[in-house]
Ligand binder design. Sequence first.
Ligand code: SAM
Length: 218
Amino acid sequence: MPAKSKSLATPKQASSDKHLYKLHGLLLPQAQHKEIRRFKRLYDEPSLHGTKVWRSSAVLMDYLLQNPIKKGAKVVEIGCGWGGLSCFMAQQFNARVTALDADAALAPYVEFVKQLNDVKRVTFQAKRFEKITKKDLQGVHTLIGSEICFWDEMTAPLFNLIKRARAAGVKRVLIADPGRTPFLKLVDLCDEKFECDMFGHSIKKPWKTEKFILKLDN
Ligand SMILES: C[S@@+](CC[C@H](N)C(=O)[O-])C[C@H]1O[C@@H](n2cnc3c(N)ncnc32)[C@H](O)[C@@H]1O
């Protein structure tokens, strides 16, 4: 973020704006929101599809409401985009969340979503899958991600990261996806090496949609 950055809108200003919507109690901006448009003018634009909160996040949130994690757990979200899922974990489960993304340009977007929801327990860090170490994963209960395996070259780094996570003692890995080929290859690799599960999960609101969830327990 450039040093001359302007401060964000106050929560009151922001929540009275249009182009906000609610997802499982979380307030989220649409791409047309004036604050988001301001970020695009002020900063580098997100370059790796971190352009909205993707629908697989909403499906994973719904799954987590039905299958909650223990309160106060340490969570890492990989490829967090605008941080919707991270803020949801903090809001619903009082989780301490590290929200990681390769794209440093997403920092103000995550801050905005945190501010909209008065979430304090999410920390954004610019970090690629490949650079997440076993040390980063010490004490982490759940590793989550949504729509993060969309190019062929993402499959191997994600598989290696899952291996590191298990070696570091991470209890659960959950990755949601529309079912793209690189994700299905990741599921196959996990299936060969570990016990894992992949299943469909659907929601009816705010959109009717079904996605897939890869789940590994350790
Ligand atoms: C389709 S967006 C999904 C964002 C968010 N998870 C969601 O569901 O709304 C993919 C995200 O993965 C991030 N990403 C892509 N390659 C990455 C990598 N090698 N390491 C970490 N993050 C990466 C992008 O910057 C982007 O934010």
